[in-house]
Design a protein around this ligand. Structure first.
Ligand SMILES: Cc1cc2nc3c(=O)[nH]c(=O)nc-3n(C[C@H](O)[C@H](O)[C@H](O)COP(=O)(O)O)c2cc1C
Length: 136
């Protein structure tokens, strides 16, 4: 897998999802990072378009056990051409229900490739993280 650009995507009103995906990206030490912060409505006007030599790392918080509903249209518009992706959901130590599966499904529908699922819970933080990894 030859990754040219990591597309670091987050919706993060209070900053935790952003911090977590920045840490994931730092661990990968990529040559080029493009940051796409979709927290404000203006930032969600353009769809995410990626190619197979990109890697998407996307992080969003869990709201009511789900992906924030206001992201649905933007997530449905993703055009990821065979792009590997890592999905991260951040939650407040209450419940994450199927939020991670929901984000995974959006990414697959948009064209991301599932290599294998992996879920990690980082403890003992109140901002634990779970993720699925996709890849070619
Ligand atoms: C409207 C709303 C709903 C939330 N629902 C949940 C939830 O169902 N389960 C949970 O564990 N945390 C919940 N939280 C907490 C957030 O998931 C948590 O604070 C997260 O780290 C925020 O991410 P951010 O810092 O990237 O904005 C909720 C927070 C808000 C504002």
């Amino acid at each position: 897998m030859n990754i040219e650009t990591v597309k670091l995507v987050c919706f993060s009103p209070t900053g935790t999802s952003r911090t977590v995906i920045e840490s994931v990206a730092r661990g990968l030490n990529p040559e080029r990072i493009e940051r796409i912060d979709i927290t404000t409505p203006d930032a969600r006007i353009e769809p995410l378009i990626t190619l197979e030599h990109d890697l998407i790392i996307i992080g969003v918080p869990v709201y009511m056990g789900r992906i924030p509903a206001l992201l649905t249209d933007w997530l449905n518009a993703i055009q990821a051409e065979n792009t590997p992706a890592v999905c991260v959901v951040v939650y407040g130590n209450r419940v994450y229900d199927d939020a991670l599966l929901e984000l995974r499904d959006f990414m697959i529908k948009g064209g991301a490739i599932l290599l294998y699922p992996r879920k990690s819970i980082l403890t003992p933080s109140t901002c634990m993280m779970s993720k699925f990894s996709f890849g070619a």
